[in-house]
Design a binder for this molecule. Structure first.
Ligand SMILES: *Cc1c(COP(=O)(O)O)cnc(C)c1O
Length: 639
């Protein structure tokens, strides 16, 4: 194993643990802070007598209520025993694992206060924390994060990555269309583009500067003119007109495209539908070895330039959902800059819902980027040169999605959206009044206390926010602190990759086994083919039977399962014919001969985020146990 041990003991204190080892710590915290909450209630106006009489517990109605409550909670608790054991190192399926104690404790502590982060009126404390979380994450990815200086990033939490990706689309569209609205309203010269095409293609940086200039110009006007101009521009905005009216009014402009890799998460399709742009406008870019093919992106951009086809956004993925692969984010921002220089402006967004927290491994404690040699210490192969370049380029992108409820080991309901320059956010504000008036008067932190103005949601949990904030305070987002967690996942993936190869050699007589893509991060796929077989259908049946024993199945007692894994498919539409052929050949399989044959390959997919896959105290490796288990299954299936 290629291990540098994390700071002694830290990892052992971070989680409740597979055996509930840290139950004492969590229980102490929960009881202590529940009592603390109760005292807070009492001390609000201690002179008020208790509203619930002290003898209420003796009333029959009270007792039967309590009895019903207990019965239902017992039933719930019993039913939940069929839950998926995410906490266990025997769970290597989807992107879920144990929960970080700081987050769990902070969330439980905050729940009875029930803050609503829609605004400061409903969450005087946790709204500030949310703005702070945005700045913490901004620092992690290399965005400017000093609110006293423009440009400064801004971020907020969402229910998940799906909504964060949607927010990115919304912001990019607002920013792209605003200069066109300024022109249509006839705003006198504040450095306005000469025609709609140029206005629609300013790109996010120049677009944001134009928003700032417009605001300054407006602020200098007397109140009546100020109001009149505001209304005039508002009437021309895409948010006011809707897509139909806007593009009808500017008929030289086509509906813009969004370029995303073909294995992009399905939230992108949802977002296109929700925004009304339509799925047709989502243009799927091919991959090369499961990483976005930048040459194809550049070719598409050249075609867009030629055909006057506007582009809203190009998306790269930092840690794909299926394979954990990392797209060339550096190539993506270079492509954006080159296209802008030729007059085709668009935003570059990174979907780092899964891989976002890997960025901690690349950060020094002072926030600077670590060099590749320093990052590589303690790993066998990580970070591939392309992965390092992608991580280093995150700060050059326009917006990023990161899920604290994935690699942040926090409870669900915590995604995050980040944009590089917060001044663009003014365009998303629900009340124009607020945008163009208050905006100039209030400082960065105060402005975003009315969070509900800017986010897709309305009411939302402040307890979730407290969980993320406290976690980032206890484990700062650098390599020496939080970074130890994703580093451990990468070490586990490297160990898993090695073990897969040893396993392949052991079972060679019965099954051909390959790892189709060496891992970029912490997911590893494994493909199988029974020896001598050349038919994809038969290989897939075999992989499905292996997966059947690794699946969540509520009709099977949990303890009957040795391990939990997941499955995915490799498709020629994604890999390209050459890529697919390489993998089929390595397995000794023929390509599908006719239309009716299965053309995709079923493989097992493993997410290696559990912190105890490599047990540090008992001398066992769950990774080795897993492959021993597969070996037994293979022996049973192929006697
Ligand atoms: C999980 C994921 C999403 C969606 O996030 P949710 O939190 O499930 O809404 C989007 N993109 C990628 C790459 C993901 O891994």
């Amino acid at each position: 194993m290629h291990a540098t041990a994390p700071a002694a003991g830290m990892l052992d204190a971070c989680f409740l643990g597979p055996y509930g080892e840290n139950d004492g710590l969590l229980e102490k915290l929960v009881v202590e802070f529940l009592r603390d909450h109760v005292y807070w209630r009492r001390n609000f106006h201690p002179e008020d007598p208790p509203a619930i009489p002290t003898d209420a517990t003796f009333a029959p109605g009270y007792r039967s209520f309590e009895a019903r409550l207990r019965r239902e909670l017992h039933a719930l608790s019993a039913a939940l025993k069929k839950s998926v054991p995410f906490h266990s190192p025997r769970y290597i399926g989807h992107m879920a694992s144990d929960l970080l104690l700081p987050g769990l404790a902070a969330q439980i502590l905050t729940l009875p206060y029930n803050p609503n982060n829609v605004s400061e009126d409903a969450a005087p404390v946790t709204v500030d924390m949310e703005v702070e979380v945005g700045l913490q994450l901004a620092r992690m990815v290399g965005y400017p994060h000093d609110p006293d200086h423009d440009p400064c990033a801004f971020g907020h939490l969402t229910s998940g990555g799906t909504l964060a990706n949607y927010q990115a689309l919304r912001l990019a569209l607002a920013l792209k269309a605003f200069p066109v609205a300024l022109r249509a309203a006839g705003v006198p010269d504040i450095g306005m583009p000469d025609d709609d095409w140029t206005a629609f293609n300013l790109g996010p940086a120049a677009g944001t500067e134009l928003v700032a200039r417009w605001k300054d110009w407006l602020a200098a006007l007397p109140p009546r003119e100020h109001r009149a101009w505001k209304a005039k521009v508002q009437a021309e905005r895409i948010e006011q007109l809707g897509l139909c009216e806007f593009f009808a009014a500017h008929d030289t402009l086509k509906t813009p495209w969004v370029l995303a890799p073909i294995i992009a998460h399905y939230s992108w399709s949802k977002g296109m539908k929700l925004l009304g742009l339509g799925r047709t406008q989502l243009r799927l870019m091919p991959e090369r070895d499961m990483r976005l093919d930048i040459d194809a992106v550049n070719n598409t951009l050249a075609r867009c330039e030629r055909d006057q086809q506007p582009v809203l956004m190009a998306v790269g993925v930092f840690g794909t959902t299926e394979y954990g692969t990392v797209d060339p984010i550096d190539g993506l921002v270079d492509a954006r800059d080159a296209a802008l220089a030729r007059g085709l402006g668009f935003s570059a967004h990174v979907d780092a819902a899964w891989g976002g927290y890997l960025a901690t491994v690349f950060r020094n404690e002072d926030g600077s980027l670590r060099d590749r040699e320093a990052v590589a210490e303690g790993f066998a192969h990580f970070p591939r040169a392309g992965v390092y370049a992608a991580a280093a380029a995150l700060g050059r992108t326009d917006s990023i999605t990161i899920d604290p409820h994935k690699l942040g080991y926090l409870p669900y309901g915590a995604g995050a959206f980040l944009c590089r320059d917060h001044r663009a956010m003014a365009l998303l504000a629900e009340s124009a009044d607020y945008v163009f008036h208050d905006h100039a008067l209030r400082g960065y932190r105060a402005r975003y206390r009315n969070l509900g103005q800017f986010i897709p949601e309305g009411s939302k949990s402040g307890a979730n926010v407290a969980a993320v904030y406290v976690t980032h305070k206890v484990l700062p987002l650098d390599h020496a602190n939080f970074g130890q967690l994703p580093a451990q996942t990468v070490r586990s993936a490297e160990a898993f990759h090695d073990a897969a190869q040893a396993f392949a050699a052991r079972v060679r007589d019965k099954v051909r086994v390959i790892v189709p893509f060496p891992p970029d991060s912490n997911l590893v796929g494994v493909a199988f083919n029974p020896a001598g077989n050349r038919d994809i259908g038969i290989a897939n049946d075999f992989a499905r039977r292996l997966h059947d024993e690794l699946r969540v199945d509520p009709s099977v007692p949990l303890q009957d399962r040795s391990f939990f894994g997941s499955a995915t498919t490799l498709r020629p539409q994604v890999l390209g014919d050459a890529g697919m052929q390489r993998i089929l050949a390595a397995l000794g399989l023929d390509a599908a001969a006719d239309e009716d044959d299965e053309d995709h390959l079923v493989i097992l997919r493993h997410t290696l985020m559990n912190p105890w896959l490599i047990d540090r105290h008992n001398g066992i490796s769950y990774i080795d146990l897993y492959f021993r288990h597969l070996e037994k299954r293979i022996a049973a299936l192929l006697p």
